[in-house]
Design a protein around this ligand. Structure first.
Ligand SMILES: Nc1cnc(-c2cc(N)nc3[nH]ccc23)cn1
Length: 289
C-alpha cells in the first residue's frame, strides 16, 4: 500500500496512455491528516508486468529521483512493488513539452523568450543533477513536463519539471536505442555502458534544438539504418537561424564527450542570449506592422 493511499483503493484512475514499458494513469492520492482528508492529483506509472526484469531498473530510477528534490524535477510520492511496479509522481498539469509544442506552434504563446526560459530551467535541473553526479540518461522534450504555461502578455514565465528517465537505456534493445537518435548520445549507441554525465549534455543539445524547432525532429521519419548513418557520418542537426543558439547546440552535440560544456557553462551561455520577441513582427507583412 502506498503511504496515504486509500485502504480499499477505488478505481478512480483515468488512463492517460503509455510509455515504453508503462501504462500511465491520472489518479487521486488521499491523505488522512488527523481530521481532514486531503486530496492530491497524481500520475501513476504502472510497469507492464511482461517486462519483469526492467522493473528493477524502473525502481532504481524511482529511488534515485526520490532521494533528491529540486523545483525543476518532478516530485515522486512513492512506489509500490506488489504485483506490478507502480510509481506515483506529482501530476504536472500541462503534460509533456513535445506534445505541447506541436499543439502551440503558432498563436504567439510560444515565443523565443518562452523557449529560452524553458531551456534555462532544463539546464538548471541538469546542472543540479551534474553537481550530484547523477546521470538522467533520457533527456528529451517528451520528458520535460509543463507545470505553468506562462503568459507573454502579463510577462509570467513558463515553469517546467524534468520527469524521471524511465527504464535505463542500458536495459534497452539496440533498435530502441537507435529509435532515440538524435537524443541518445553517439557513444551510447556504440556501447550503452558509455552512458555518463556527458551523455546528458548531448541530449540537452538535441532537446533545445527540438524546443526551438516546434517539437519535430527531422530524423524521426528516417528508417533505423538511416538514423544510424546520421551518427556514422558525424552529421549535425540543421543549424537554427539564431547563430548564438546554433553554436551552443553544436557545442553540446560534440561527438567527443569530453568537449561538451558543463551545465554551468551552458547556463552562462543561455543567460547571455538576448532575444527580442520582435521576430514575430518579422513574420508579419509591412502592412501588419
Ligand atoms: N508527471 C506527469 C506526467 N504527465 C502528465 C500528463 C499531463 C497531461 N495534461 N496529459 C498527459 N497525458 C499523459 C501524461 C500527461 C502529468 N504529470
Amino acid at each position: 500500500q502506498l503511504p496515504g493511499s486509500p485502504a480499499a483503493p477505488r478505481h478512480s484512475c483515468e488512463n492517460l496512455g503509455q510509455g515504453s514499458f508503462t501504462k500511465i494513469y491520472r489518479g487521486i492520492k488521499r491523505d488522512q491528516e488527523d481530521s481532514e482528508c486531503h486530496e492530491t492529483e497524481v500520475l501513476l506509472k504502472v510497469m507492464d508486468s511482461s517486462h519483469g526484469n526492467c522493473s528493477e531498473s524502473f525502481l532504481e530510477a524511482a529511488s534515485i529521483m526520490s532521494q533528491i528534490s529540486h523545483k525543476h524535477l518532478v516530485l515522486l510520492y512513492g512506489v509500490s512493488i506488489k504485483e506490478n511496479s507502480i510509481m506515483v509522481q506529482e501530476y504536472v498539469r500541462f503534460g509533456a513539452l513535445d506534445i505541447y509544442l506541436k499543439k502551440n506552434q503558432s498563436g504567439g504563446k510560444v515565443t523565443a523568450s518562452w523557449k529560452l526560459e524553458v531551456s534555462k530551467q532544463l539546464a538548471y535541473a541538469l546542472n543540479f543533477l551534474e553537481d550530484k553526479k547523477i546521470v538522467h540518461g533520457n533527456v528529451s522534450a517528451k520528458k520535460v513536463l509543463l507545470a505553468r504555461e506562462g503568459d507573454a502578455a502579463s510577462g509570467s514565465p513558463p515553469f517546467i519539471k524534468l520527469s524521471d528517465p524511465g527504464v535505463s537505456l542500458t536495459m534497452l534493445a539496440k533498435e530502441m536505442l537507435i529509435d532515440r537518435i538524435p537524443w541518445v548520445a553517439p557513444e551510447c549507441i556504440s556501447d550503452p555502458k558509455n552512458l555518463a554525465l556527458e551523455s546528458d549534455k548531448w541530449s540537452f543539445g538535441a532537446t533545445v534544438w527540438e524546443i526551438f524547432s516546434g517539437g519535430t525532429m527531422p530524423t524521426s521519419a528516417l528508417e533505423p539504418l538511416l538514423k544510424l548513418q546520421f551518427y556514422q557520418n558525424s552529421l549535425q542537426l540543421p543549424a537554427p537561424k539564431w547563430m548564438e543558439l546554433a553554436n551552443l547546440i553544436t557545442q553540446c552535440m560534440d561527438y567527443r564527450p569530453g568537449w561538451r560544456p558543463s551545465f554551468r557553462a551552458i547556463i552562462r551561455d543561455l543567460n547571455s542570449l538576448i532575444t527580442s520577441d520582435y521576430e514575430l513582427l518579422s513574420d508579419l507583412s509591412p502592412s501588419e506592422l
